[in-house]
Write a protein that binds this ligand. Structure first.
Ligand SMILES: [Zn+2]
Length: 133
C-alpha cells in the first residue's frame, strides 16, 4: 500500500532520525517516568510539557487492525490488502502502524509483534510491525 512520502516537520525529527537508524524512538516523561506515543504533546499525569525522546524496545502486541484494500492495478489485478494496526508497545503507549508479513488469518488480539523499519528511496524511513518469533 502506498502511504505517500513522509516528510519531517521539525517536531518529529528525533522520531525520523530513529527510524532512519532502525530504532523506535518514542516520548518519555522524565519527571514521572511514563512513556508516550511519538505524537504525544505533553504528560497528562504530571503536566510536564517538554517530553524527552527515548528508545523503545520495539516489542509490541496487536490491539486491533483493519485491512486496507488498495486500488486495482491497470490490468485489473487487486493488490493484497495492507493491514493497518493499533499496537500496544511494551512500554505502554499505543500507536498506529502498518503490519508487515501477515495475512488476515494470522491476526489475533495480543499477537506479539516486533518493530521493523522501511527505508524508501524517497521520504523518511518509517516503522512497521511484524509478528515476533
Ligand atoms: Zn509526567
Amino acid at each position: 500500500m502506498d502511504i505517500g512520502v513522509l516528510r519531517r516537520d521539525g517536531r518529529t525529527d528525533p522520531f525520523f532520525d530513529g527510524t532512519a537508524a532502525g530504532r523506535l524512538v518514542i516520548r518519555r516523561c522524565e519527571a514521572c517516568e511514563r512513556w508516550y506515543a511519538p505524537d504525544a504533546g505533553g504528560c497528562p499525569e504530571c503536566g510536564e510539557e517538554d517530553l524527552a525522546w527515548a528508545d523503545a524496545s520495539g516489542e509490541a502486541t496487536l490491539v486491533t487492525w483493519t485491512a486496507v484494500h488498495g486500488r486495482p492495478a491497470e490490468d485489473g489485478t487487486a493488490p493484497p490488502p495492507a493491514h493497518l494496526a493499533l499496537v500496544e508497545l511494551a512500554e505502554g503507549p499505543w500507536m498506529y502502524a502498518r503490519l508487515d508479513g501477515v495475512s488476515g488469518g494470522d491476526l489475533r488480539e495480543g499477537l506479539p509483534l516486533r518493530a521493523c523499519f522501511e527505508h524508501p528511496d524517497e521520504g523518511e524511513s518509517y516503522v512497521l510491525f511484524r509478528p515476533a518469533g
